[in-house]
Every structure is written in structure tokens, then in C-alpha cells.
Design a protein around this ligand. Structure first.
Ligand code: AMP
Length: 282
């Protein structure tokens, strides 16, 4: 499988296909350390854009805070290449930092409002970095479809607004969260967890299931649902909650009553690893 390193190569690849005619062009943006969650996105892309799927692998420095894990983020390019190929990628786009942020680059994309909510509140600047790099990727590849995971639900909301506000010609396709059989949402950061922390981390999906059970039973009050989630999370005293919120998925603003399009989102520290999980519960 071909590996492209420059924006110009990616643009040329996409334009060549566009000239050839009909089929859709798909992009799957990732930071590498690919797992089954990423593979599910690539498979979805391959289904809708057969032979025209670019997977980008770029650990984007601007979305990491100064004390976050940018330098130790797992980088597993050879394995990623295998996984991407098997899942149906056509090319990999693997630029270096200078390619995405040429010397002196001072243009950033700020999705106002949404970028300060949920993870944006605890990770100032995070969504500015995400929006900037995704805008660069969409402008370079000009895909018809770009595939993202519901795993990063707040990111999806930010990017939907980015695409709408900038009138970009790409449609975002949101794929379901892939979990381990025991419920843990797959994440590149799970490799940081010790065996004991991995066990503790199951409390996140347990909290979500508890809320889902209450909603099935008719409970709709956000305060009661959040309290129930916090109650389950408290079963693991070593797990430090960052946030538990019920929000409208489009605006990321809190709702008082759960309804269609309500997102239950939570983030917690397990040891020194920050994990997120969510469910649509309306
Ligand atoms: P990342 O490499 O963590 O930036 O993720 C790249 C894309 O894969 C994002 O759109 C994520 O939401 C998606 N993704 C990550 N983990 C999962 C998962 N467990 N299930 C589905 N999609 C995922």
C-alpha cells in the first residue's frame, strides 16, 4: 500500500481519482496506534468508497496540552500499516509535523463555544488543535466522506460545526464505539493502563450501562441520571472523575431532561491515564 508524506501528494491522489469519475473518496483521520475501533472506521470507509480510502496517521501536537502525553503517545507505524491495509485502506497519509505546520504557520481554526465544552473545558486548546488539523486534512484531501468514531463524541460535534460553518464539501460519517467484550471502549491510550488500572477502568462502561438501564425504566431527569453514574464511578475510589454530563449532542450544552439526541459523556482519570466514554441515551 502506498504511503504518502506530503500534502501535495495527498491532494494529487485525490484529484487524480476525482478526474477518473464517479466513486466517492473517503478519509479516515487517526493518530495511529491503530486498533479495532480504527479498523471499523476504515472498513466502513472501504464499503462506501472502495479503492478510494485514505487513512491519515499523524500525532497532532497542537491538540495536546503542555503536560499531556504527546511525546509518549504510542507510535506503531509498521503495525498500523498492516491493520489499515487489511481493513481496506487504499493509501496512508503520514506527514511529519513540519509538513502539517510549516515553519511560521500561524493560522488556526477555532470553533467558538463548542470548543470550550466537555473535553474542551478540561483540555484548553484541545479542540482548536483538532479543528485545525482536521480542516487542513479536509482541505488537502477534499474527501466526499470523512469517518469519525462516536468514541470522541464531543469532537464529532465540534467537527460537524466546522464543516457546516466553513461550508466544506465533506460529509462526516459517525461510526459506533467499538468495545472489548468486557465493555472497555477501545482506545490507543489503553496501553498505558496496568492490569489493575484496566480492571478499574471498567467502571466507566458500567456507569453508562447503569444510566441506560434507568432510562429504559423511564427516568429522564439529568440530575438523577448523573447522580447514578457518579454513584457507580465511586465504586472505584482510585478513579478520579473529570466530568459526567448530559448534553445535547449538537451543541454540547447541558440538558435538564434526557431526550432524543442526548449524549451522556464522561471522562475520568485512571492512574495517570485520562479515559473518555459516552452513549446516546435519548
Ligand atoms: P484517534 O487515533 O484516537 O485520534 O482516533 C481516530 C478516530 O478513531 C477518531 O474518529 C476516533 O473517534 C475513532 N476511534 C477511536 N477509538 C474508537 C473506538 N473504540 N470505536 C470507534 N471509533 C474509535
Amino acid at each position: 500500500m502506498q504511503v504518502l508524506h506530503t500534502v501535495e501528494e495527498l491532494r494529487a491522489w485525490s484529484r487524480r481519482l476525482r478526474c477518473k469519475g464517479e466513486g466517492l473518496i473517503g478519509l479516515v483521520p487517526t493518530m495511529g496506534a491503530l486498533h479495532e475501533g480504527h479498523a471499523s472506521l476504515i472498513r466502513a470507509a472501504a464499503q462506501q468508497c472502495a479503492g478510494r480510502v485514505a487513512v491519515s496517521i499523524f500525532v497532532n501536537p497542537t491538540q495536546f496540552g503542555p503536560n499531556e502525553d504527546f511525546s509518549r503517545y504510542p507510535r506503531t507505524f509498521d503495525a498500523d500499516r498492516e491493520i489499515a491495509a487489511r481493513a481496506g485502506a487504499t493509501v496512508i497519509f503520514a506527514p511529519n509535523v513540519e509538513e502539517m505546520y510549516p515553519a511560521g504557520a500561524g493560522t488556526f481554526v477555532d470553533v467558538e463555544g463548542l470548543s470550550e465544552r466537555l473535553d474542551g473545558k478540561s483540555r484548553p486548546g484541545h479542540f482548536r488543535g483538532v479543528a485545525t488539523v482536521v480542516a487542513k486534512l479536509l482541505i488537502a484531501a477534499e474527501p466526499d466522506l470523512a469517518f469519525f468514531g462516536q468514541k470522541d463524541a464531543a469532537q464529532v460535534a465540534v467537527l460537524q460545526k466546522l464543516v457546516a460553518d466553513l461550508r466544506l464539501g465533506t460529509r462526516l460519517v459517525v461510526c459506533p464505539i467499538v468495545r472489548k467484550p468486557d465493555g472497555l471502549a477501545m482506545s490507543s491510550r489503553n496501553v498505558y493502563l496496568s492490569a489493575e488500572e484496566r480492571r478499574q477502568a471498567l467502571v466507566l462502561s458500567r456507569a453508562i450501562r447503569q444510566v441506560e438501564r434507568l432510562v429504559s425504566g423511564g427516568e429522564r431527569q439529568s440530575s438523577a441520571l448523573i447522580e447514578a453514574a457518579r454513584g457507580v464511578l465511586a465504586e472505584e475510589p482510585m478513579v478520579r472523575v473529570d466530568y459526567v454530563e448530559l448534553v445535547d449532542w449538537a451543541t454540547l450544552l447541558p440538558v435538564t431532561t434526557a431526550g432524543p439526541g442526548t449524549l451522556l459523556a464522561l471522562a475520568a482519570w485512571v492512574g495517570s491515564t485520562r479515559l473518555i466514554d459516552n452513549a446516546i441515551i435519548g
